[in-house]
Design a protein around this ligand. Sequence first.
Ligand code: AMP
Length: 416
Amino acid sequence: MRVLLVGGGGREHALALGLAGDAAVSALIAAPGNPGIASVAELRSVNASDPAAVAALAVETAADLVVIGPEAPLVAGVADAVRAKGIAVFGPSGEAAQLEGSKAFAKDVMTAAGVPTARAYVCTDEESTARALDEFGAPYVVKDNGLAAGKGVVVTDDRAAALAHAAECGRVVVEEFLDGPEVSLFVVTDGEAALPLLPAQDFKRIGDGDTGPNTGGMGAYAPLPWTPPSLVDDVMRDVVHPTLAEMRRRGTPFSGLLYVGLAMTAAGPRVIEFNARFGDPETQVVLALLETPLGGLLHAAATGTLAQHPPLRWRDGAAVTVVLAAQGYPAAPRTGDVITGADRPGIIHAGTARRASDGALLSAGGRVLCGTATGPDLAAAREAAYALVGTVELAGSQHRTDIAAAAVDGRITIPG
Ligand code: AMP
């Protein structure tokens, strides 16, 4: 099977490692890829959000399967353009990707499907925003309606800051605050059949103890020792299958990866958000534990044959990933600094580039790379992941020191 992987961040590096490790994958091409992906795939340049360009590349490379990593190409309709060439695609249509592309659309689907989520209003002016904020009270939650790379959400006790964020965004979703630890559950689906992966937790804020602004994600771990044993079954029954049924009913079935972001509240799991693709950096830990060959799994989802796929197999133990971010991230990341010590197994590249003159590795994004490690338990995996990032040198870099710490210490509790 020849696979074309679209994207060039840490998620795609993790996907590339999984696909390259599948004996059924005879050729792996990544576009545009990154210097880390280059060690396991042939790189091609492409504008990943240009449907015609990606479809042409899929034909040119004789791909049997196209895997689309990031959300922007999905929302732009890249999967539709590739499918129109008769090539199997892992990733939803542009219409189905609106589950991520529009928070208002996602809320509408959740309401129709009876999915437990925060009460919310869609607001486009100051008056309606203020009314919604006052109805729910602090902490205030204001979400940009459109794609914002995980940074469009403001959660604050400061009413003026909440109003200012709404004014900046234009169209927002204002919703009630959900109190409880968060879980990311990835579900592979062909639109009807659905296979859940291991639940993971990520760390959205830049600072230790969940302080500072939201980021794309600063680290992750799996599995979660503190969740109730019935969690995955409950979420498949109450969230995933009703949502997939509602999408089919609308004539826009969702296939690919449904990312369910949950808050474990006193009243039970509540959906915080849907994404239409693998999450970054949770993918790094989830795939590090997946034993089932990745190419075959994604191909089954892309070809509507997931119901015949064997049950997933997982490695024992745990995985942790720690993100190394550039100085100034998330507000104004500095790029172009030399990175040393990154060429080793377990280092996943996200925002890196090679200097043309001498091949030196440079920082080229906010989240630069992450160190991913497994271990017999969470404590061992955590230690190994920190040892790994500790070997990397990047001037001014930042990373959280508390990834998975509360879980290791048994300090995570579900309210109620
Ligand atoms: P989202 O982009 O919707 O995932 O939101 C980003 C982050 O903001 C989430 O991971 C949560 O940490 C936080 N957040 C979003 N919605 C809520 C909510 N209703 N209550 C509490 N926190 C939220």
